[in-house]
Ligand binder design. Structure first.
Ligand code: NAI
Length: 347
């Protein structure tokens, strides 16, 4: 077990670096915990400024997966893979197959799937080299495929629990209109919400404007919008500066790592903002991925995603009752679930 190196994440069980000169593949697999089962979590592919930044992302995201999977009641631990997006000589398909071989070498201790920057096509290449992979095209009646519709549904349910009363005529500020954000906008629009949106990609913002009548604002202004809910669905998180400028009393979205540091949870509490911890709101995707891996049906996925409503209520009420930031309350709940299983195994 590795010593704690940074206050943003805690002890990890295993970290594997890999490079493959023939295809340009380079990256890291971080296994945070296998206490509840194999470490499950997607594979992110993006441009990083440095190897340190990529490692830090993998460490934080893999811990988030442990907590997410524990709180979602899934029989798996937490892990994450990060692949550096490479230059023109990068042979994508062969690189993902080589990544599959790295996953396979771990003998099932890590299960991979999609994350930001990876697609079903990439995961199909991974599946040529390992069976420890999900996020593949669905088989009839069974779970599988793109997890983002389930993630968006879970976020919508979480938001409805955190801001009860329905969305008819209610303003919601949505940051990021990708696979999750755009589907979330569709659900909110159907419920009568008035949308204010921002995306780094102008085309996406214009699509939300034409489909949902959304108002477009610059990306640096979206968190300041006077709205009932601010919903982060891009990358990166809130920091002391942006928390001070927040225009909504509720923060609930699909983005991972919504807080730049765990201490930002206390800043939100101080400002009276209700924050639904990211991994509680966005568990729909991994619920679908795990059901696919276990050969389960979409009906089961729907039932499990619908349980997000009750979990959000439990966490928000528990945090209020104990006057603690919601992220700390949820993290402790997850750690408790993980250690109870460990103790049971030792008994
Ligand atoms: P995506 O890559 O499809 O969409 C991200 C969107 O954010 C893009 O449209 C991009 O242009 C936009 N964006 C990037 N930087 C921005 C900024 N500074 N301001 C505004 N917009 C910006 O990604 P996806 O799949 O929608 O995921 C979004 C977030 O949800 C990520 O943090 C991801 O880790 C998380 N998530 C996604 C799941 C899924 O099922 N896809 C599951 C769980 C979490």
């Amino acid at each position: 077990m590795l010593a704690q190196a940074n206050k943003n994440y805690d002890y990890h069980e295993e970290i594997v670096f890999f490079t493959h000169s023939e295809t340009g593949l380079a990256g890291v697999i971080a296994i945070h915990s296998t206490a509840l089962g194999p470490a499950a979590g997607g594979c992110r592919c993006k441009a990083y400024l440095s190897a340190d930044e990529a490692l830090s992302d993998a460490l934080r995201l893999s811990q988030g997966m442990s907590f997410k999977n524990a709180v979602a009641g899934l029989p798996v631990g937490g892990g994450k893979a990060v692949i550096f997006e490479m230059g023109p000589s990068y042979l994508r398909e062969a690189a993902f197959e080589a990544f599959g071989r790295e996953v396979d070498k771990l003998g099932g201790r890590y299960l991979t799937a999609e994350d930001v920057g990876t697609s079903v096509v990439d995961l199909c290449a991974v599946a040529r080299a390992t069976r420890y992979v999900a996020g593949l095209p669905p088989k009839s009646g069974l779970a599988g495929g793109d997890p983002s519709p389930w993630t968006a549904r879970g976020v919508f349910l979480a938001m409805s629990a955190a801001a009860p009363g329905g969305f008819n005529g209610v303003r919601v500020a949505v940051q990021g209109l990708g696979a999750v954000g755009m589907k979330l906008c569709a659900m909110l629009s159907e419920s009568g919400a008035s949308l204010v949106v921002a995306d780094a990609d102008t085309e996406r913002a214009l699509e939300a404007k034409s489909r949902f009548g959304a108002t477009i604002v610059p990306i640096h202004a979206i968190h300041k919008i006077d709205a009932a809910v601010f919903s982060p669905n891009a990358l990166g998180g809130l920091s002391a500066d942006t928390i001070a400028e927040l225009g909504a009393p509720v923060v609930c979205g699909g983005a991972n790592n919504q807080l730049a540091t765990p201490a930002d949870g206390a800043r939100l509490l101080e400002r009276g903002v209700t924050h639904v911890p990211d991994y509680v709101a966005n568990a729909g995707g991994i619920i679908n991925v795990m059901a696919e891996y276990l050969g389960e049906t979409t009906d089961l996925v729907e039932q499990r995603v619908d349980q997000i409503t009750g979990r959000v209520r439990t966490i928000l009420e528990g945090a209020v009752a104990t006057r603690r930031p919601t992220n700390e309350f949820a993290d402790d709940l997850a750690r408790d679930l993980m250690s109870r299983k460990r103790l049971k195994a030792l008994a």
